[in-house]
Design a protein around this ligand. Structure first.
Ligand code: ATP
Ligand code: MG
Ligand code: MG
Length: 381
């Protein structure tokens, strides 16, 4: 079977790697020039985009910001999963908020702004601590501005005035004091079968994901049920096919949706080593209408996994492979500040075991690049 992925980054690469044992071949489209390439070597394949669309059994995306004309062409083949509407919801925060409201799914209080003078009413309605998000093209905290006090508003307005806000309406959110960030990754097949992974707990630094731990510590059955209920409402509401990631804020016992990613997600990478079926394999299974695989942690009730991103550096040592339960993925990209270069998965038999493995791992890493690692190791140990 053949799957064509729009986007030729690490997510397409990892789909390729997990499709191979099943005899599923993954091809990638470099959306900057429409070349069909090998997802690992990035070498051009001998197909035009039209030929690859024809050849593929399913088309999918590794990121939501694919040019809309390409998505329209893919949708017209009848083989794009998830469909264009779901992808555009993930690409546009205004559509995302409209979907959440229409399905009555709890999310962060917000206001949509297409004129900077409306920011004053946001402060009146939502308070003076705000997070202002461009509706499109944001990721890893880019395209966001924070207001920490009403007195900073004039300066922020002049900063935003430099941008072309006619083309980019803003979603202004109340800055929440949440207890923690979690995410739910799951898959739905076209027949309506749904599987979800355990809730993952996510540690961010400067708006970017650094560490995920699954299952999230102290996550009760009630919390997991609440997350699964949100997930099921979303995928059924969108008639969604494939893996969907739901980023959530936990406030007390309540989960609020932060944002959706209509694709495999960084906070699900732990599943490569920590689950019988990785998110990449389940995504391929879903888009090809194959039975979905188990999405629990491998190794029983107490088993736990972590994922540590390697960001903006390549100064890891291969010697870290000597830590038991460590798996390493390198994406083969050139180093840039804040760029995701690779990740490390760690599997463990308990949270305490995970804590001591993270402590060992930290001996092999230059800690300036891993700001969340030591704290997390100490918390779990
Ligand atoms: P991603 O790389 O996950 O797609 P993104 O750039 O799309 O990131 P968000 O997930 O919306 O942005 O925000 C990035 C981070 O900023 C969140 O994970 C969270 O830590 C913080 N954040 C976002 N919205 C809020 C909010 N309303 N209140 C408090 N913190 C927030
Ligand atoms: Mg995002
Ligand atoms: Mg996010």
């Amino acid at each position: 079977m053949q799957v064509l992925v729009y986007g030729a980054g690490q997510l397409a690469q990892m789909m390729y790697l997990d499709g191979a044992p099943l005899g599923i071949n993954v091809m990638a489209v470099d959306v900057s020039n429409n070349a069909v390439v090998h997802p690992v070597s990035k070498a051009p394949l001998d197909y035009t985009l039209e030929q690859a669309i024809e050849l593929a059994d399913a088309l999918t995306v590794e990121f939501e910001h694919v040019p809309e004309a390409l998505l329209q062409q893919a949708e017209a083949s009848g083989k794009l999963h998830p469909g264009i509407d779901a992808i555009l919801v993930g690409a546009d925060r205004v559509r995302e908020k409209q979907l959440l409201s229409s399905l009555a799914i709890p999310n962060c209080p917000y206001q949509i702004v297409d004129d900077l003078t409306q920011l004053d009413s946001c402060v009146e309605n939502l308070g003076e601590r705000l997070i202002i998000k461009a509706s499109r093209d944001g990721y890893d905290g880019y395209g966001q501005w924070r207001l920490k006090a009403a007195t900073e508003l004039p300066a922020l307005k002049s900063q935003l005035a430099e941008l072309d806000l006619k083309a980019v309406p803003l979603v202004v959110e109340k800055m929440l004091n949440f207890d923690r960030e979690v995410s739910l990754i799951g898959a739905r097949s076209s027949g309506g079968e749904v599987v979800v992974y355990p809730l993952a707990e996510n540690l961010h630094h400067e708006g970017q994901l650094h560490v995920s731990v699954a299952p999230a510590s102290a996550s009760t059955a009630a919390l997991n049920d609440q997350a699964k209920d949100i997930f099921t409402k979303l995928v059924n509401g969108m008639d969604y096919v494939g893996v969907l990631a739901v980023e959530l804020f936990q406030c007390g016992d309540e989960l609020l949706v932060n944002e959706l990613a209509p694709r495999v997600h960084n906070s699900g990478h732990w599943s490569q080593a920590g689950s019988p079926t990785s998110q990449f394999e389940n995504h391929l299974r879903a888009v090809l209408d194959l039975p979905l695989g188990l999405a629990c942690n491998t190794g029983g009730e107490a088993a736990v996994s972590a994922m540590i991103n390697i960001i903006g550096c390549d100064d890891h040592q291969m010697a870290l492979l000597s830590v038991p339960g460590v798996h390493f993925h390198w994406y083969g990209k050139s180093v840039r500040q804040k760029r995701k270069m690779g990740h490390i998965n760690v599997t463990a038999s308990s949270y305490a075991d995970l804590g001591s493995k993270l402590q060992k791992l930290s001996e092999y890493l230059s800690l300036a690049h891993f700001p969340c690692l030591t704290d997390e190791a100490n918390r779990l140990a």
